[in-house]
Design a protein. Structure first.
Length: 247
């Protein structure tokens, strides 16, 4: 599949420096839900129709979406500064995630490629979602990443069979968009993930998924944001995932 890549220009006047939308094989000031240990569920609100991802927190489909905060690292230590926020919406065919990521400086790859999948994208600034559906086999899940410039990677993970897992050879068909607001020093990443890629049961209200929501920022030292801390220096701890509930 050849992805569609759109770079919007002429956005400096409104403080939006870059926008990239890539097709792949709620406003930021809204009060979010706190990700305390007692709150391990993110609510995803239904939409009637699919929309093109824009990474725009002011878009109509994000205005009323509740958010969770990523304000701790993977060991549970508080992270100074403004927290990362994540919101979710869904339709019968797709799951949407929007990341709002305040930053001091961006750590980016020297060369950007939004057409092809980027190996080891996690070595740079990135937002990540780990999603599984089978509560009986929690070691199986999918991993999705988007960078501030719209680079992407999706992986099929099997922690119980890392030699046999499909890894980066798997293609979900998800779509990403990224936007950097240089004036506010916030970057936004949006994912539109086909339900067919993450849950063979399909989508319906009340259904739940196991999710890990993460972000990596900076260079030296790196900052590892986690919605639900894993208790290890690693995001790949499916026992620590939270719950996404379709509503």
């Amino acid at each position: 599949m050849r992805p569609l890549v759109l770079h919007a220009v002429g956005l400096a006047a409104c403080g939006l420096a870059t926008l990239a939308t890539v097709a792949v094989p709620g406003a930021y000031g809204q009060t979010p839900t706190s990700p305390s240990s007692a709150d391990s569920t993110i609510v995803s609100l239904r939409m009637d129709a699919d929309v093109a991802p824009s990474a725009d927190p002011a878009a109509a489909h994000w205005r009323d979406a509740p958010a969770v905060l990523l304000d701790r690292d993977f060991l549970g230590a508080p992270i100074a500064g403004a927290p990362t926020q994540v919101r979710s919406r869904w339709t019968p065919t797709h799951l949407y995630l929007l990341y709002s990521c305040p930053y001091d400086t961006l750590t980016l790859r020297p060369e950007v490629d939004t057409v092809n999948e980027t190996p080891r994208l996690w070595n740079w600034d990135v937002a990540e979602a780990f999603i599984g559906w089978d509560a009986q086999t929690i070691t199986r899940y999918k991993e999705f990443q988007v960078s501030p410039r719209g680079e992407w990677v999706d992986l099929d993970i099997d922690r119980a069979d890392q030699q046999g897992q499909a890894g980066m050879a798997w293609n979900s068909g998800f779509v990403v968009a990224a936007r950097v607001d240089e004036a506010a020093r916030v970057w936004y990443g949006e994912m539109r993930i086909p339900f067919a890629a993450i849950d063979p049961r399909g989508a319906e209200a009340g259904r739940t998924l196991r999710v890990g929501l993460y972000r990596i920022a900076g260079a030296d030292p790196r900052t590892y944001y986690a919605w639900q801390p894993t208790g290890a220096r690693n995001f790949h701890v499916p026992e620590a995932f939270g719950t996404l509930r379709l509503q």
